[in-house]
Design a protein around this ligand. Structure first.
Ligand code: ZN
Ligand code: ZN
Length: 466
């Protein structure tokens, strides 16, 4: 018995030293992770668990407060004492990973808007107004201008080539490395009523075949292209031919507002899985949204979950879709620097997440890998969560394969914990959803949704760290 206690004490001492060393190292290299006070305490009364797992899986065992001078205090509780030896060994290692920010130090969070309009289609203000508002008023790090390519209430209308050239000119003009990234894009606008059918009264029938509504998709590039690939052009009128053309130009595509629009049910997910490497992200939003006093049942997150449940691959972004010339922070990217290429690299690898209002900082990793990655795991996935809110957090949920794997309630603004998925059978996807207590002007609570991480079982038994 005494030997066992002595061994535990020894392990505890090692853990304290490891975390302390990592803390000092991290301070020296100036890594962003864990920079702020982590004050989450193992107050189990605060937590509401809807998963079948015990509190043993929570790692909220350290406190780095100004009072203790940055020296980590590992708060032991009864669960810690009674947990298995392997778990005891695991926890200091998880703490170490979480606090050293092994790789996170190379990434910064940049805030932007991936969806907005100007008077080049059905919005207000010029492209100059749009980018100026984004940079100087909304204080964004990056913004993508995405006017409609055609239609937009007028079946015969399409964006003139000179306007597409202007979009790219303005993006070039506003781009300033390290200060602001402006990206030129457009909204590929597939609408069944103009495109292939007569779903909303007689209008022009553009193409034969059953009416299809592929919904809208934003397309953007780092380099200039001669003209956009329009949904009105028979060569690019479905997601697969569009994706192929955009791939050749090195561009990216995102699915927009994946819910029924204009009463047209969406065929937006109809593309071959391989094209998910080009159609990399999808706009995320609230299932039930309040706007100007009215409530809309959009089933937005539900729609994305169903796509993921079917094996779909997509990261999460969000856009203001402003038609008033007022872009806003809706997408965060984890990028190495503030350049067009670095922002694109983040979006291409789904190293991005969506917010609907407040700028909530998220770090969500599994086995040290970042959101958006597809990884293999030889053992139980080790999930690490670090949330730095702007208001008290109401709820943090880890979603696995469409269901709540773990939920906790906290009134803290900053929350860090690690969680081991004891029932992992793989393959599975995981994402994080955070809800704060504050609201936007319409009364919607602030949300943040990390892009998913896909985890499959390692065949070799050796963890693949690609
Ligand atoms: Zn749209
Ligand atoms: Zn739009």
């Amino acid at each position: 018995m005494y030997i066992y206690l002595a061994f535990l004490a020894f392990l505890f001492l090692i853990a304290v030293i490891l975390v302390n060393v990592s803390w000092r190292l991290r301070r020296r290299v100036g890594s962003d992770v864990c920079k702020e006070t982590i004050s989450t305490e193992p107050n189990l009364g605060d937590h509401t668990y809807t998963s079948p797992f015990s509190v043993n899986n929570i790692l909220t065992l350290h406190s780095l407060t100004p009072l203790d001078g940055g020296f980590p205090i590992i708060l032991m509780n009864i669960d810690f004492i009674h947990s298995s030896l392997s778990s005891i060994l695991l926890r200091p290692l998880l703490l170490l990973l979480l606090c050293t920010g092994t790789v996170f130090g190379q990434y910064h969070i940049y805030w932007g808007d991936v969806h907005g309009h100007s008077s080049l289609s059905d919005g207000k203000g010029s492209p100059d107004d749009y980018f100026t508002h984004a940079r100087d008023v909304a204080r964004l790090d990056f913004a993508i201008l995405t006017d409609h390519d055609f239609g937009n209430g007028r079946p015969q209308w399409r964006m003139p080539k000179e306007n597409w050239t202007l979009v790219q000119d303005k993006a070039d003009e506003f781009n300033a490395t390290g200060r602001f990234v402006a990206i030129g894009g457009y909204e590929w606008t597939s609408q069944a009523k103009y495109w292939s059918g007569f779903t909303n009264g007689p209008t022009e029938r553009l193409f034969p075949g059953p009416p299809k509504f592929y919904n809208h998709k934003n397309v953007y590039f780092t380099n200039r292209i001669g003209y956009l690939f329009s949904a009105k052009d028979v060569a690019y009128n479905n997601p697969d031919t569009l994706a192929e053309a955009v791939r050749r130009q090195g561009g990216l595509i995102q699915n927009n507002h994946p819910f029924a629009l204009f009463n047209e049910a969406g065929d937006q997910w109809e593309y071959v899985p391989a094209n998910s490497s080009v159609i990399v992200n999808t706009e995320m939003g609230l299932d039930v949204s309040r706007h100007k006093g009215r409530t809309y049942e959009l089933n937005w997150e539900k729609s994305l979950r169903e796509f993921l449940n079917r094996g779909g691959r997509t990261g999460f972004v969000a856009g203001s879709d402003s038609h008033e010339g007022r872009p806003a922070a809706r997408t965060a990217v984890l990028a190495t620097e503030l350049t067009c290429e670095a922002v694109f690299d983040a979006l291409r690898h789904r190293r991005n997440y969506a917010i609907n209002h407040a700028r909530i900082s998220l770090d969500f990793r599994i086995n040290g890998h970042f959101m958006g990655e597809e990884i293999e795991s030889a053992g139980k996935p080790q999930i690490m969560v670090d949330v730095k809110g702007t208001a008290p957090v109401e709820e943090i949920v880890i979603v696995r394969d469409g269901n709540v794997l773990h939920a906790l309630r906290s009134q803290k603004q900053n929350v860090s914990f690690a969680y081991v998925d004891e029932t992992f059978a793989g393959p599975s996807y995981y994402y994080l959803r955070v809800i704060q207590t504050d609201t936007d002007p319409h009364g919607n609570r602030s949300h943040a949704w990390s892009s998913p991480i896909w985890v499959s079982r390692s065949q070799s038994g050796i963890q693949n760290l690609h």
